[in-house]
Ligand binder design. Structure first.
Ligand SMILES: [Zn+2]
Length: 69
């Protein structure tokens, strides 16, 4: 799978399940680290962007496209 730009508002399924059993996350913030909220238990985590990108299995929903610079 090609690397896709991560957007705030994306809902992604990750390869590695959270300890709560959930696999789906909503992206809250992007940057050097990605902040994501587990949709199953509502826990918030920070993951380094390259690590987060590698863990993405699928996009379930995409956030709005960022405005062009
Ligand atoms: Zn969870």
């Amino acid at each position: 799978m090609a690397i896709v730009e991560i957007r705030v508002g994306d809902v992604v399924r990750l390869r590695k399940p959270h300890p709560c059993g959930g696999t789906d996350w909503r992206v809250m913030r992007t940057g050097a680290d990605v902040a994501a909220r587990c949709l199953t238990c509502n826990h918030r985590v920070m993951i380094e962007r390259p690590v987060f990108e590698r863990r993405i299995k699928a996009f379930l929903a995409r956030g709005p496209e960022p405005p062009l610079a």
